[in-house]
Design a protein around this ligand. Sequence first.
Ligand code: EPZ
Length: 422
Amino acid sequence: MDSILVKGNGPLNGVIPIAGAKNACLTLMPATLLSEEPLTLTNAPRLSDIATMTQLLQSLGAEVASMQNGLVLAMSSHKVDNHTADYEIVRKFRASILVLGPLLARDGHAIVSLPGGCAIGARPVDLHLKAFESMGAELELRDGYVHAKAPGGRLRGAIIEFPFVSVGATENALLAATLAKGTTVLKNAAREPEIVDLAVCLRRMGAQIDGEGTSTITIQGVDRLGGATHPVVTDRIELGTYMLLPAICGGEVECLGGKMSLVGAFAEKLDAAGVSVVETERGLKVTRKNGRVNAVDVVTEPFPGFPTDLQAQMMALLCTADGTSVLEETIFENRFMHAPELVRMGAKIDVHGGHATVTGVEKLRGARVMATDLRASVSLILAGLAAEGETVVSRVYHLDRGYERVEEKLRGVGALIERISA
Ligand code: EPZ
């Protein structure tokens, strides 16, 4: 398993291109199953998760061609001859559940393995399943698989009120509702930019959708969808991650393609911590207002609140802040696994349930640390770039799931970083 070596090297300066959003691409790709016409995605990120979703769609019979060095995904589901998403793929890749809605909507039947939990939590899919039952699907759980069937081969529109916000359940229901008979209303829907991007793409394919980006989305089912070409929205989590580079190391970094509308709550929090974020015609330019950031409290919330996917990275910054910060993680039940690794680097962190209290120190010290999940891995890289000495982060396969060309991008702003193949 590869590791990454980083060395504290003072302020970082330069520009970083931000890629298309992993979490948008992973819900846009299954949309190909809704149509027999070609669906082409541009600005696609080059990530291992995208490769895994490609394998899954190909295993169902879809054609997926990765072109222009992975930036373009040309897909066609002219034929789908397998309706089973196998455990071997699903167990390591939770986003597989997002093929259930499209398969049900397209052909009225599907068999998808339950994804199982992951490092950051149990992450059940009960809201997804309840949404499909509301739309008339008959579901049976057998041997770890969901066997789903739509009577008469077609889902019917329904009013679905989610008990709490779920990004994936909103996406799965939105995908399925486009071909259902009648009107579907999603209430307490997720408002993430990735949902908006999915709705824009589906509308390009001929879907009739209103209200995306608000808590109520209305979909008028149609009989068939056409093809489309759609650019994947900029990755707001990669953006937020790299905005933290000048905050934790000093210097000035411009994130190309960044837009304030993608990171509103996060940028406000950075401003409160003493980090200036300015929108330029190319993206977002970030610098520290003075020598050291000050402590701020953080509560993670569904969009437009502070994103849970930036909590680990923000904790790395606050480990070096002047003062004490409290971070509250309200979305996942076990998303502080980066804390003990940061403590190995000299951070002062106390974790109690969903709260982490961080008392800032002047300088972290390089150490050998272990990545436990995608966002924890990049949090340790950030800490290592600001620390005295060398940091080796092991198990960086987590990192490659969500951050393309990470060494190249960080070297572009002066970071000392290299990959050590085991
Ligand atoms: C998406 O996961 C993202 N993944 C996650 O990003 C992100 O952290 C999360 O949304 C929240 O923003 C993708 O888009 C591929 P949820 P998802 O359904 O859809 C519980 C990353 O780092 N829940 O909004 O799985 C769930 O356990 C990843 O890129 C149920 O209980 O998140 C969690 O506690 C990590 N039952 C909460 O709701 C359900 O049926 C929010 O989950 C569904 C969810």
